[in-house]
Design a protein around this ligand. Structure first.
Ligand code: COA
Length: 320
């Protein structure tokens, strides 16, 4: 058995900061941010939370999949910004949906989180344990960003995306994942406090700290490598792949990956301009946009690739 995405959904909070808004907090400007990152806006959850956004994205995905909440066997939420330590975000989503038959837990793998959660869902389906799985990525990164650090606060935004994965006959598609805990300190956050965006004076350890150049170098090396590994495992080449849906961290990272892979940039859809880096939500928000705008066609081969804190990275092959 293997899983197929049979519905997608997303939710983005309405309020946003554009680059000129950020220039009021930190010494920066629209031109610098656009040139170095491709980001123009990032949405901020003022009233929403990681849980409420996850629920809204999940409801959209269930509608798209034409499934009821009680059809779900498993709910997996990838997040690094849960509302509470316990209960898990997945259990909170279950409560609101009334998904009484689902087992629920969270996954913490930062910007690789959706790919890790997707692979976990595939493994459960291949093992015959579950049939219908809801995978969600939801983040309120505005709550852990240091709004005084111009090197990092410009990058991140809030949002949620969800995919329903349903079992079908067939062999599981290949996936490759890696982790390197020894390099974890290049992108870290020691503890968590809600709503940093409102309280710009709070303690330093609750902020994300990042060595931007080290993360950049890691991404442009490891992403082409892991996609290469995946394609080799699948006995495919870049030419066989219709779309490469990458974690939306920085437009320059995506451009550099396309160049290193000698692959047309048009195969790498982007929406980073509007949302910035939404960590584990970014791939699934983009999947939902591509799905709802008719960019996917039956039988297309698509590579998903996530990379980020941990360090973690991975790629997985899907067929639409
Ligand atoms: N506005 C204006 N100037 C800024 C700035 C900002 N927002 N942020 C940094 N600068 C300045 C620096 O202070 C530095 O000035 P100096 O030369 O006077 O010291 C200069 O710009 C260059 O800084 P540098 O850090 O070398 O810039 P960069 O080209 O590496 O871009 C990032 C910085 C963060 C955009 C880039 O490193 C990056 O995107 N890295 C990956 C981060 C990421 O994706 N993280 C999440 C992964 S999941």
């Amino acid at each position: 058995m293997r899983g197929r995405i049979c519905g997608t959904g997303s939710y983005i909070p309405e309020h946003y900061y554009d680059n000129n808004d950020l220039a009021k907090f930190v010494e920066t400007n629209d031109e610098w941010i656009r040139e170095r990152t491709g980001i123009v806006r990032r949405h901020i959850a003022e009233e929403d939370t990681t849980v409420s956004m996850a629920i809204k994205a999940a409801k959209n995905a269930l509608t798209d999949a034409k499934l009821n909440a009680d059809d779900l066997d498993l709910i997996l939420v990838s997040t690094i910004t849960p509302n509470t330590v316990i209960p898990s975000t997945a259990c909170e989503v279950q409560k609101e949906l009334g998904a009484v038959n689902a087992t629920c837990f969270d996954i913490s793998a930062a910007c690789s989180g959706f790919v890790y959660a997707y692979n976990t869902a595939q493994a459960y389906i291949a093992a015959g344990m579950y049939q219908n799985i809801l995978v969600i990525g939801s983040e309120t990164l505005s709550g852990i960003v240091n709004w005084k650090d111009r090197g990092s606060c410009i990058l991140f935004g809030d949002g949620a995306g969800a995919a329903v994965i349903c079992a079908e006959e067939g062999e599981i598609f290949p996936a490759v994942t890696h982790s390197d805990g020894a390099k974890g300190q290049v992108l870290a956050c020691e503890s968590r406090q809600q709503k940093n965006w409102q309280d710009k004076e709070n303690e330093k350890q609750t902020y994300v700290s990042m060595d931007g150049q080290a993360v950049f170098k890691f991404a442009v090396k490891k992403v082409p490598e892991v996609i290469g590994e995946l394609l080799q495992k699948a006995d495919l080449t870049e030419k066989d792949i219709d779309l490469f849906v990458l974690h939306q961290a920085n437009l320059r990272i995506i451009e550099s990956v396309a160049k290193r892979m000698k692959t047309d940039l048009a195969k790498f859809p982007v929406n980073i301009e509007e949302y910035g880096n939404t960590s584990s939500a970014s791939i699934t928000i983009l999947l939902d946009e591509l799905n709802k705008t008719g960019r996917f066609h039956k039988g297309q081969k698509i590579v998903l690739c996530g990379f980020g804190a941990g360090l973690t990275w991975g790629a997985t092959l899907i067929e639409w």
